[in-house]
Design a protein around this ligand. Structure first.
Ligand code: MG
Length: 395
């Protein structure tokens, strides 16, 4: 939060956008004076964690000062009660300082730090014109009214619906009168616009609340992933790439195994296991992406039990561990360096074979081949090589 807290970020954008004379922060209600002082201290520290807020604040309560006076007020048992406490404090302070007869008051959730300056200004302009304004988003999904047992009771028309955000902006005096009336009737309202529309809007002096365009970014922080940089951090931690390479000498009297498929040819890979160069590179790429080791540490060549082992079985063993660690395959791309025979006629069979071993879609696995242009160990048919990259993701 740029070195601050969620609360200080929310306060900062208001103080930097409009010349507020007062900023009132409510902190959780407490049973004892000691607990109250502790709650206030914690709240003050959260708000002043940001130097921009400290600069904007007139903490010496100097009425002649142009800066914003920041007050801390104990909240109530409900959000509605907390707002009423803050409004009472605002009215008292403003009359004591003889400032503006009926100024605008912005009520904002401290957990919405991503509100934009545009939304704040749009709300101010609409509230100046109509007396009350709130940012809102039209729902994307079709909305239904339901009962407490989970059955649909009404089919709502989406075009007539809006999900409201904050700041909710009103003229102070009628809002305070409305809040006092709701409190006297012990009426719990969904938010300040309901209180305004019920008790303050008379269709003459004041209209019901005007909607201005909200933003999907202006969300309440509920989870760490609601904070963009935290979400990015989580995402980057959950996407891993892997790189695998293997090379085997080609000799007579051995099968040529590529991706679990036997390719008809006069020579095949020498090796401790069945020598499947492609499956070995795949195994190493996947192990590397998951940071779980390599093929040599899993299946030591010194151990006789891996002699002539089926490389599909080796890959399956490794893949089971990788999946157990929460990883799934995004995709895999492979290159085989082989002079002879031609690989293309076998490509589809090899892709299907690899996909089957891993239990993934053949579309997630691609394989292509290159010759050695008759030079080097590949080009003279001495060796076959495989290169593999893969992408693993984890939620
Ligand atoms: Mg090998």
């Amino acid at each position: 939060m740029q070195g601050g807290t969620v609360l200080s970020s929310a306060a900062r954008i208001f103080l930097q956008t409009l010349p507020f004379s007062l900023c009132i922060i409510t902190y959780p209600a407490a049973e004892t004076e000691e607990a109250r002082m502790k709650a206030e201290k914690k709240c003050r520290e959260a708000v002043f964690a940001d130097s921009a807020v400290r600069d904007a604040a007139n903490i010496c309560s100097d009425a002649a000062c142009n800066k914003t006076l920041i007050l801390f007020v104990p909240g109530g048992k409900t959000r509605q009660e907390s707002v009423l406490h803050a409004l009472e404090a605002a009215a008292k302070n403003l009359s004591a300082h003889g400032k503006g007869a009926n100024p605008l008051v912005f009520i904002h959730d401290g957990a919405r730090p991503f509100v934009s300056a545009d939304i704040i200004r749009d709300c101010k302009n609409a509230a100046e014109a109509y007396g009350a304004a709130v940012p809102a988003l039209q729902p994307v999904d079709t909305q239904k009214a339901i009962d407490e047992r989970g059955f649909i009771t009404r089919h709502l028309v989406r075009a007539n619906l809006a999900a409201v955000q904050t700041p909710q902006v009103f003229r102070l005096k009628p809002l305070l009168t409305a809040h006092r009336a709701a409190a006297a009737e012990h009426r719990e309202c969904t938010d300040d616009t309901e209180i305004w529309d019920r008790y303050a809007a008379d269709g003459k002096t004041y209209m019901v609340t005007k909607i201005v365009a909200g933003s999907s970014e202006n969300k309440k922080i509920t989870y760490p992933s609601d904070i963009p940089q935290e979400a990015a951090k989580e995402q980057s931690m959950n996407i891993h790439t892997g790189l695998g390479y293997d090379k085997h000498v080609l000799v007579e009297g051995r099968k040529l195994m590529l991706g679990g498929v036997e390719i008809p040819f006069e020579k095949g890979e020498a090796g401790h296991s069945d020598g499947d160069v492609l499956l070995h590179a795949i195994t190493d790429a996947l192990l590397g992406a998951a940071a779980l080791g390599d093929i040599g540490s899993y299946f030591p060549p010194s151990d006789a039990k891996w002699k002539d082992a089926d490389s599909k079985m080796l890959l399956q063993t490794v893949w089971k561990d990788i999946k157990a660690a929460g990883w799934t395959l995004g995709n895999m791309d492979c290159v085989i360096a082989l002079e002879e025979p031609k690989f293309l006629p076998h490509r589809d069979a090899v892709r299907s074979s690899i996909a089957q071993v891993l239990g993934v879609d053949a579309g997630q696995v691609f394989v292509k081949a290159k010759t050695g242009e008759k030079t080097g160990d590949v080009g003279t048919g001495k060796v076959v090589e495989a290169f593999v990259t893969c992408l693993l993701t984890r939620n």
